[in-house]
Design a protein around this ligand. Structure first.
Ligand code: NDP
Ligand code: GDR
Length: 337
């Protein structure tokens, strides 16, 4: 019998890659989409299947992580074998502007979904999208035993969701795991995260559409990996005999400045001629350095990253150059694949 999965956050970067991966593996995939006044399904339009399509295996439902009753009803209806909770207000800077909403959607939202599994009375495996932001001020390298010290409302909400997931595993024997993923990027990354903001600007500067790029702290150190590889690690976590938590990272560090160097350099540009500082992009409290140690994931899941930060920057610049070229040519297609 083929498996059924529910993905919250299916319209996001990771949700779109995970939906593709599960469909390739023969799953029926249900995605939770929140109501929006404009289209918010751009990343999954290419795999959309209408209600009339025979044998349809990709089904979207309107709901929201802030609506617990809707979550219970959805789980009761779908009876998924696996639940991937990727939905969140995921922007760290924005979480300082909207701390309560972030706590509600990103923190309590996970607890609502866990409790909805219980209330629906179903047996399922649960994946929680935990984050390296939980380590915050604790210096690298970080692994599963590293203490948390979040530095933002987002980080604090993710710590709450992390411990709720552990608690449901311990209290109710649920197969519930945390994937503690370090930053991962792709051509589908949201345009306001720093890597994509940079690669999109590179493409636009190269095409003569803009001259300057305003950024905040260039000294931050991150461990940037490639999103399609990271969703594979999520799936592997739910296929084990025993549920446990895993760090997923490349172990390779780079500063925002180094990412700029590679991305602009790949397009034959000098970032110093274009990048300007704006304090607006600084955070009230910053996470200085995140570098992960993913040896547990390698040992138990057999998971190993292939793409490192420099190749990642090149992949993203090339995709954004194609995207801008298509926009200029008036071709209304996404060219991120
Ligand atoms: P995105 O921001 O690209 O996607 C977030 C998704 O959550 C979108 O589908 C969004 O919907 C949805 N969402 C937001 N609020 C709600 C809500 N109230 N109810 C239901 N859905 C909601 O994030 P990523 O794909 O990059 O990340 C996926 C998950 O992994 C997130 O939980 C993130 O915090 C976490 N994470 C990400 C890392 C990364 O580097 N990318 C690293 C570690 C953890 P809409 O499209 O309508 O906005
Ligand atoms: P992060 O990613 O906060 O690590 O969270 P982001 O790309 O937003 O910032 C990375 C670093 O770059 C610095 N920075 C800027 N950031 C943004 N967004 N815009 C700027 O103009 C800018 N200038 C400098 C930031 O200060 C920061 O140090 C991401 C999200 O995907 C989270 O959901 C996820 O949990 C973590 O990664 C792991």
């Amino acid at each position: 019998m083929s498996k059924t999965a529910l993905i919250t956050g299916v319209t996001g970067q990771d949700g779109s890659y995970l939906a593709e991966l599960l469909l390739e593996k023969g799953y029926t995939v249900h995605g939770l989409v929140r109501r929006s006044s404009s289209f918010n399904t751009e990343r999954i339009d290419h795999i959309y299947q209408g209600p009339q399509e025979p044998g349809r295996r990709f089904v979207l439902h309107h709901a929201d992580l802030t609506d617990g009753v809707a979550l219970v009803n959805l789980l009761r209806e779908i009876q998924p074998h696996e639940v991937y909770n990727l939905g969140a207000q995921s922007h760290v800077r924005v979480s300082f502007d909207a701390p309560l909403y972030t706590g509600d959607a990103t923190g309590l939202g996970s607890l609502r979904l866990l409790e909805a599994v219980r209330a629906a009375g179903i047996e399922t495996r649960f994946y929680q999208a935990s984050s390296s932001e939980m380590f915050g001020a604790t210096p690298p390298p970080q692994n599963e035993a590293t203490p948390f010290h979040p530095r933002s409302p987002y980080g604090a909400a993710k710590v709450y969701a992390y411990w709720s997931t552990v608690n449901y595993r311990e209290a109710y024997g649920m197969y519930a795991v945390n994937g503690i993923l370090f930053n991962h990027e792709s051509p589908r990354r949201g345009e306001t995260f720093v890597t994509r903001k940079i690669t999109r600007a590179v493409a636009r500067i190269k095409a003569g559409l803009q001259q300057e790029l305003y950024l905040g702290n260039l000294d931050a150190v991150r461990d940037w990996g490639y999103a399609p590889e990271y969703v594979d690690a999520m799936w592997r976590m739910l296929q084990q005999d025993e549920p446990t938590d895993y760090v997923v990272a490349t172990g390779v560090a780079a500063t925002v400045r180094e990412f700029l160097e590679t991305a602009f350099g790949h397009a034959g540009l000098d970032w110093r001629e274009h990048v300007r500082y704006d304090a607006k992009y600084e955070r009230p409290s910053e996470v200085d350095a995140l570098i992960g140690d993913a040896s547990k994931a390698e040992e138990i899941l057999g998971w190993k990253p292939e793409v490192r930060v420099e190749e990642l920057a090149r992949i993203m610049v090339d995709a954004d150059v194609r995207q801008v070229d298509a926009e200029l040519a008036g071709t209304a297609v996404r060219v991120d694949r």
